[in-house]
Design a protein around this ligand. Structure first.
Ligand code: GLU
Length: 396
């Protein structure tokens, strides 16, 4: 029956992150003790003050369709957040609330990208960027980086990939999967190149903004010459432990926000009413209220880095944000370990799943075939146990 499916869906890869999460669940349900370090999902509960706001919303009978672009007072709260945390001024008609940052990204790409347009992706990049670009008829063009430059690109590398067909570049700092954070100076250098090409737009995915261990977060839209062509994407999932609530948003030029609202109005309508009400409370609260989670991620980061450094053949950098490490494991390619031949990063990730019972994600999915992604959004106990298993499985 698959023959009846559209060419579009048949050519679309399955999300590697979600596929690994599903596989982990399936093996766990079979009673196998898998430690899941594949999904970028905080293991904390949503903070009580946010949960209480959602219960109030239910009791206050927030149950009807919501405005497609979000409740007006939520859009005000987002403007307040952008001013307070990012020093960027947006008016409510520049804001669109969506069902997760993923929808915000998909809306933006759908409204800007024409068939045949190039979209520059800084590799390693989050798995869904390329798939969403392909769905819109665009060509994902990779600008590659690796561990030797801390997974960051230079202005020269950026300029080399720009052609007449380039419509958009996606920047993601802190980065999923590498954890790299661009400094303000590095962002300014990239913007100097983009200033020469006024027809290129910038999607700045800042979903990991608050999960940062020392390099001050800098929003691309804060650069005056970039403001009119930057779409800033953010959401609640990561910093507020609200993955399942599905709330994301953009700040963008008015005409782009209007187009995203039109797109969303035909596909999903406005985001869930209860989640939107809870988001107002979350965004108005001082950032200090969620710091306890970032502090814990910071401890886990130290732990995972020190344990990985003890394993021969694994190369690791010093990721300054998000909750991922992205080690280079190419040392193992072409080797046979416990009777299993490791050809590439996918083989390596499968080996870890089957022999160490630890779920990670292959770097291929992120445009980096020498690496695997390990999420440390898991307890310290799980991290210690998982790394001990990996070490033992890779011995000899
Ligand atoms: N963004 C998270 C990750 O990369 C969640 C899964 C997804 O949507 O890809 O693991």
């Amino acid at each position: 029956m698959d023959n009846y499916l559209s060419k579009k869906i048949k050519s679309l890869p399955i999300s590697a992150t979600l596929e690994m999460a599903a596989k982990t669940r399936e093996l766990k349900n079979k009673g196998i003790d898998i430690i899941g370090l594949s999904l970028g999902e905080p293991d904390f509960n949503t903070p009580d003050f946010i949960k209480e706001a959602s219960i109030d919303a239910i009791n206050d009978n927030y149950n009807s369709y919501t405005p497609v672009d979000g409740y007006p007072d939520l859009k005000q709260a987002v403007c307040h957040k952008f001013r307070r945390d990012n020093g960027v001024n947006y008016e409510p008609d520049q804001i669109v609330i969506s069902t997760g940052a993923k929808q915000s990204i998909a809306n933006t790409i759908q409204v800007l990208v024409n068939e045949g347009d190039d979209v520059l992706l800084v590799a390693p990049y989050w798995v869904s960027y390329s798939a969403i670009v392909i769905l819109a008829g665009g060509n994902p063009i990779e600008i590659r980086s690796d561990i030797s430059t801390d997974f960051k690109i230079s202005p020269t590398q950026l300029e080399e990939k720009i052609t007449k067909k380039t419509k958009l570049i996606i920047i993601n700092s802190p980065n999923n999967p590498s954890g790299s954070v661009y400094t303000k100076e590095e962002m300014l250098e990239l913007s100097k190149i983009l200033e020469k090409y006024p027809d290129i737009f910038i999607l700045s995915d800042e979903i990991y903004e608050h999960i940062n261990y020392g390099i001050k977060h800098f929003s691309f839209a804060k650069i005056p010459t970039m403001y009119e062509r930057t779409i800033t994407v953010n959401g609640l999932a990561k910093a507020f432990a609200m993955t399942g609530w599905r709330v994301g948003y953009i700040g963008a030029p008015k005409w782009i926000a209007k187009a995203c609202t039109k797109m969303q109005g035909q596909i999903t309508s406005g985001t869930n009413c209860i989640a939107q009400r809870a988001t107002i409370t979350a965004l108005k609260a001082p950032v200090s209220k969620i710091k306890y989670m970032v502090d814990e991620f910071s401890e886990r980061r130290k732990l995972v880095i020190s344990l990985l450094k003890e394993i021969k053949g694994i190369k690791i950098n010093n990721p300054m944000g998000a909750f991922y490490v992205f080690p280079d494991i190419s040392y193992f390619f072409g080797k046979t370990i416990h009777g299993v031949y490791i050809k590439d990063a996918s083989d390596f990730a499968i080996f870890l799943l089957e022999k160490a019972h630890v779920a990670t994600v292959t770097g291929d999915a992120f445009g980096s075939p020498k690496n695997i992604r390990i999420s440390y959004a898991a307890s310290r106990e799980s991290i210690t146990k998982a790394l001990d298993r990996i070490k033992k499985a890779l011995e000899n």
